[in-house]
Ligand binder design. Structure first.
Ligand SMILES: Nc1ncnc2c1ncn2[C@@H]1O[C@H](COP(=O)(O)OP(=O)(O)OP(=O)(O)O)[C@@H](O)[C@H]1O
Ligand SMILES: [Mg+2]
Length: 409
């Protein structure tokens, strides 16, 4: 195993050297290193017993091979990866990957090799499928919903309304305590505005292990510009934009943050290509102030109101039989301080109760009883609520209030 690790580490070292050379435009030397890293990773994968690591190694090996291949082309033909916005680059006569390329949008034949390469780089890390959540799945939150409509949905659906001084917001930050629906809201907004959507899970962006996060981020924005109008959603954005000088910030993180700031600046100054960035965080105070400033619109997503809670109880028990005692209004009144996610957990527990009773009594094995699952009742909710307490504390809410007063919301 120690030996395995040594091979893996050697591959990482080579890849890092390749990335440095690549950055310094020493393309030939970078290509050689990428190739060696790729071969070493393939060798490693042959013997690796850990299936996850093996898949990762193969994935990276492929990626490095493609980069090496592309760099060889750059060296020979002086083709440069587009620095953004300008659409398609020159076509190369080498088209090795055409069979595997992104055929989802049907414009495969028009895509240059460089563009294909860009798209491949973000493949696997950035989700581009449109989410299935809709506004209807988001209970309450009238104010955040309206703010998001103005910030994201309207400018993208009616760009003609946003001319002159009426500029759309390019950076929107959703912030608030955990489990209150930030991710849910962002997904519903993406669905609603019908533009190209990119969701970057910050944890995979910070794939520090090969130090390529910056490249990934840069490529993400390049592709978003090519596909404009587009929406980039970066969940848990604090993980890539932490405060400077907090001690545990390495050079890689600093570079990543700098890259992010540059990209955001680029997005703001490019009026032709509408790219909007939506970030979400539950620790806004961990975000660097330079980054915060670039999120022009900050939207607080707080604990649900009584109406919101009522709707969440209804949504989370949809399709399950309830008896006459169930009163959502009363449940909402009794659940002050609970987040949407707390309520969803309560409901999941409640709807399982009748099934569990059947199972414990051994009656699930008699086929007939399955049809006789009892409806859920009000007491079920109260019983479960005794055990599931609100996750978000009053102090935390207070901290959000203070932060909102200082930085806006
Ligand atoms: N307003 C809401 N309407 C309906 N369901 C909600 C609402 N808020 C939260 N939920 C439920 O809680 C779950 C968690 O919400 P979500 O992941 O969006 O929270 P979050 O604010 O992104 O939390 P975190 O800060 O931990 O990432 C949702 O999948 C949904 O089931
Ligand atoms: Mg979230």
């Amino acid at each position: 195993m120690a030996n395995d690790n040594a091979i893996f580490n050697a591959a990482i070292k080579m890849a890092n050297e390749a990335i440095d050379l690549d950055r310094n435009k020493k393309y030939d030397a970078a290509a050689d290193k990428y190739l060696s890293a790729s071969e070493t990773l393939y060798d490693f994968a042959k013997f690796c017993k850990n299936s996850k690591l093996k898949a990762l190694a193969i994935d990276k090996a492929k990626q490095y091979f493609r980069r090496a291949d592309a760099l060889t082309n750059i060296g020979k033909k002086k083709i440069k990866v587009p620095s953004g916005g300008k659409g398609k680059g020159k076509k190369s006569d080498r088209d090795k990957d055409s069979d595997k390329s992104n055929d989802e949008d049907g414009e495969d034949s028009e895509m240059s090799d460089e563009e294909k390469e860009l798209r491949k780089t973000i493949e696997g890390t950035i989700v581009t499928e449109r989410p299935t959540e809709t506004w209807g799945d988001v209970a309450g939150m009238t104010i955040p919903k309206q703010a998001i409509r103005e910030a994201v949905v309207l400018p993208m659906a009616h760009p003609e309304l946003f001319k002159g001084v009426r500029k759309p917001w390019r950076g929107i930050l959703l912030f608030g305590p955990p489990g209150c629906g930030k991710t849910l809201l962002a997904k519903a907004a993406a669905n609603e505005c019908q533009v190209q959507f990119f969701a970057a899970d910050s944890a995979s962006l910070v794939s520090k292990w090969l130090g390529e996060s910056e490249k990934l981020l840069k490529t993400l924005f390049q592709v978003a510009r090519l596909d404009a109008p587009s929406l980039i959603f970066m969940d848990e954005i604090d993980s890539i934009t932490g405060k400077r000088g907090t001690g545990n910030e390495g050079g890689g993180e600093r570079r990543l943050k700098t890259q992010f700031l540059q990209e955001m600046q680029g997005v703001k100054s490019n009026r032709k290509k509408l790219v909007t960035i939506m970030g979400a965080t539950n620790v806004p105070w961990h975000i660097d102030s330079a980054v915060l400033r670039r999120f022009e619109k900050k939207i607080y997503v707080g604990l649900p109101t009584i109406e919101g809670r009522e709707k969440i109880f209804q949504l989370c028990t949809k399709g399950v039989d309830t008896d006459d005692t169930v009163n959502f209004n009363e449940l909402a009144a009794q659940s002050e301080g609970y987040s949407g996610s707390d309520i969803s957990t309560i409901c999941r527990e409640v709807v399982m109760l009748p099934v569990r009773e059947l199972d414990v009594s051994g009656r699930l094995t008699d086929g007939d009883d399955i049809l006789n699952v009892r409806p859920i009742n009000q007491q079920d909710f109260f019983n479960v609520m005794k055990h599931i307490k609100p996750v978000v504390s009053d102090e935390e809410i207070e901290r959000f209030k203070e932060w909102t007063n200082e930085f806006g919301g």
